[in-house]
Design a protein around this ligand. Sequence first.
Ligand code: GLY
Length: 344
Amino acid sequence: MRTIRVNASKAYDVLVGAGLLDRAGGLIKAAAGGDLAVVVTDDIVAGLYLDRLINALTDAGYKTCVFEVENGESSKNTQNYIKLLNFLAEHGVTRSDIVVALGGGVVGDLAGFAAATYMRGVPYVQIPTTLLAAVDSSVGGKTAIDLPVGKNLAGAFYQPEIVICDHDLLQTLSERVFADGMAEVIKYGMIADPELFRMTDLEEIITRCVTIKRDVVCEDEFETGVRKLLNFGHTVGHAVEKLSNYAISHGEAVAIGMAVETRAAVSEGFCDETCLNELIETLKRNQLSFESPYGTEELFIAAGSDKKRNGDTITLIFPQEIGKCVLRDVKVSDLKRLIACGTG
Ligand code: GLY
């Protein structure tokens, strides 16, 4: 088992290893204490892993209750958020109890945002069950729900008590959901670690990504600077996701976004074609698309409502080489030209 210590405003451990689910009760008790554990999960994950988690929590002395949502991005909505807050209130949850997110990014973001805001904050724990959640969304304390206008528009920075990543749970992922997470792994390769393009050992891949994320989050927890690097591919990616009405998944959309934004970087002279070609080859090897199904105008309008916009500027992340990216503020009025370069 690997332990990555995150010294953010709240310090916590990310544990990465095989067989951790059955030890989760004791690990959570040691990290966070509490009497009642409210497990938030989705219908697919519940069928696979909920019983084991409930047994582990019960063995550690927790009383438990379960809030289940349908799997998929559309569950990260205001209705489920309010339902979950009411569920916590009806079950008499207090600040000495604990919310446990068992699932992928949707469950983690929804549970985390409810935990951040219910009674002005109750402790929560992340148990990621997708590669994407393991390498990215479960770590760093970004929690959110989507609004009709755009993704993650209501949210909070709120760090978990512990992240327990049992990579055995990733064995049941479909090829498509696994590829979805590989897009974020490739993102970490692009911003910080070229070796991630070639690695195969899952525990090592997750550990490397989490370590990169830990370093970035500890430097800039509230995303005023360097943390924006983690948004590489996400300006166009979020636009693609939204235009597809979330039929294109987050990772698939980020893959397209990385390709579009790297093409734009080549056209602006930040990097050369070899960087773009290596990215595209790596996306292809991982069954990820790199062409936008949407044109410049649609992408530009959808990207304009992205939360990363700041007045009339938006920060884009441009690769200089594999493993090194830089932040550039561009005028929203210039974004359309850049997207045209990226899709052309
Ligand atoms: N997923 C990007 C971040 O946590 O900052």
